[in-house]
Design a protein. Structure first.
Length: 240
């Protein structure tokens, strides 16, 4: 049965579904706006869907704070479970959209399809950025205004006529809000983080992740140290 709702009502209903399942943040990006900035065209199965829902899930501060020299098995488990919950949220949103007669394509929260470039079918980070959920930090991660880099994201592409958001720093570019903070630069164990987002060394970071996976037996290409260093601009200001 197709439900008749305004776009604002549909947005509110979908956001409520995501929050009921533990989502911290929710927004909708315009795929056209993403492509207009020069981002690579999504895969064919995504290109026909004009909007992308972004859902963010806040990681456990207690687990993140327990990291010292690298990832732990506890962090690896938490990382895996957060991805599973995000995938569940994406499936629930997909079901709700299809019930209303719309197409919806959920992307896995964590899946690499091109190991040479370390990319998935599409970028959850860029969807989250264009959905207004955060800005890009020096660590090349989306930084939530309150919770920093301690977030995981998932995306659902759809043709539903949802109202779209805009980047929170749309007038100033995708980076620059880190200010004088260089905590992630100092925390990076391999020197992959520079003084600008463009200076981020993806290959050096990937090599460090491969090393951690081999040494720590955590089963994932994860680190977590720059995430620990970025609790969020608002909380960092409160701490000082």
């Amino acid at each position: 049965m197709v439900k008749t709702e305004t776009s604002a009502e549909l947005f509110a209903d979908l956001k409520q579904i995501a929050q009921r399942l533990g989502a911290t943040s929710f927004g909708v990006a315009s795929v056209e706006a993403m492509l207009a900035t020069g981002l690579e065209c999504p895969a064919p199965e995504l290109a026909r869907l004009p909007r992308a829902i972004s859902v963010g899930f806040r990681l456990s501060d207690a687990i993140i704070e327990s990291l010292e020299d690298g990832p732990t098995k506890l962090y690896a488990h938490h990382y895996r479970m957060a991805n599973m919950q995000l995938d569940r949220i994406a499936l629930e949103l997909t079901a709700a959209l299809q019930e209303r007669g719309f197409d919806a394509l959920p992307l896995p929260a964590s899946q690499i399809v091109d190991w040479d470039t370390q990319r998935g079918l599409a970028s959850h980070k860029w969807v989250a950025y264009f959905a207004g959920l955060g800005f890009f930090g020096l660590n090349n991660l989306v930084v939530h205004p309150e919770f920093g880099a301690r977030m995981r994201y998932v995306s659902v592409y759809t043709d539903a006529p949802l109202p779209t958001d805009r980047p929170i720093d749309a007038d100033g570019g995708p980076s620059g809000r880190c200010g004088d903070c260089r905590a992630c630069v100092e925390a990076c164990p391999c020197g992959a983080i520079g003084t600008s987002r463009e200076a981020f060394d993806l290959e050096r970071c990937a090599e460090q992740l491969r090393l951690f996976k081999k040494q720590g037996n955590v089963g994932h290409y994860i680190c977590g140290l720059c995430i620990k260093a970025c609790p969020g601009p608002e909380r960092r200001q409160e701490a000082h």
